[in-house]
Design a protein around this ligand. Structure first.
Ligand code: CA
Length: 230
C-alpha cells in the first residue's frame, strides 16, 4: 500500500482528491500548510501544491529534499502555474513530475504510478528486524538468510509491521493499510494472514498479539542474538 502526503490548502480540492485517491487504493495524509507538511512522517509520494499560505511550494520542495528521511521520496508538483518557467523551476528544485490544474484523476494516478516506478529503486532501503529482512524494491523477504515466499497481502502486512517495529499497530490500521477497508468483517481475514505469516517466518514470538488492540512486531531476544552471531 502506498501512502501519499497531499499538501494542498484548498480544503474542497484536498477532500475531493483524497476521496479519489483512496478510491484508487492510496492512503492519503493531508497537510494544509508547509509547516504541517514539514512535520509529517515519511510517506511514499508527495503531491505538492505550489501556492501555500505559509511558504512557496518551491521552497517547501527544497526543504523536504533536505530532510534526509524524505529526501528521496517521490514528489509531484500540482499547481495552477502552468508556465514553462514554473515547470522548469519545479523540476530543477527536485520534483519528479509536474501536473497542472485542473487535473484529471486518471492522469494524476498514471503519473503517480510512473514516478513511483522510477523512484522505487532509490526508495526504501531494505528493512530488517532481527533475522527478518524485507526488500520493498523487489518485494522479497528473507528470514535468517533463507528466502520466504509470501502472498501479496502477507507481504504488505509484514511491511507495515516491520516499518513500525516495536509499536502496536491496531487492527483498524492494518485493515486500512493492507486491505484498504475499515470494515470489521475483514478482521478474520487479518487473523488468518497473521497466522500464515507467523508460520512462514518461523520465528516464535516475532508477531505479538496485543489483546483487544492489534499486533506488534518485536524481535525476540534469542532471534536477535542468533542473527548477531551469524
Ligand atoms: Ca493553493
Amino acid at each position: 500500500m502506498i501512502t501519499v502526503l497531499l499538501v494542498e490548502d484548498d480544503v474542497r480540492l484536498a477532500d475531493a482528491l483524497t476521496g479519489a485517491l483512496e478510491g484508487h487504493g492510496y492512503t492519503v495524509v493531508q497537510a494544509r500548510t508547509a509547516a504541517t507538511a514539514l512535520a509529517a512522517p515519511p510517506v511514499d509520494l508527495v503531491l505538492l501544491d505550489l501556492g501555500l499560505p505559509d511558504m512557496d511550494g518551491i521552497e517547501l520542495c527544497r526543504r523536504l529534499r533536505e530532510r534526509h528521511d524524505v529526501g528521496d521520496t517521490a514528489l509531484i508538483m500540482v499547481t495552477a502555474r502552468g508556465g514553462r518557467y514554473d515547470r522548469v523551476r519545479g523540476l530543477r528544485t527536485g520534483a519528479d513530475d509536474y501536473v497542472v490544474k485542473p487535473l484529471a484523476i486518471e492522469e494524476l494516478c498514471a503519473r503517480m504510478e510512473a514516478v513511483l516506478r522510477r523512484t522505487s529503486r532509490r526508495e526504501d532501503p531494505v528493512l530488517s528486524a532481527g533475522p527478518v529482512t524485507v526488500d520493498p524494491g523487489n518485494r522479497s523477504v528473507t528470514c535468517a538468510g533463507a528466502r520466504i515466499e509470501l502472498t501479496r497481502k502477507e507481504f504488505d502486512l509484514l511491511t507495515v509491521l516491520i516499518r513500525e517495529e516495536g509499536a502496536v499497530v491496531s487492527r483498524e490500521q492494518l485493515l486500512l493499510r493492507v486491505w484498504h477497508t475499515a470494515w470489521p468483517g475483514t478482521r478474520r481475514t487479518l487473523e488468518v494472514h497473521v497466522g500464515t505469516l507467523r508460520s512462514k517466518l518461523g520465528v516464535p514470538g516475532i508477531i505479538e498479539t496485543v489483546r483487544g488492540i492489534g499486533y506488534r512486531l518485536v524481535v525476540p531476544e534469542r532471534a536477535a542474538a542468533h542473527s548477531a552471531d551469524s
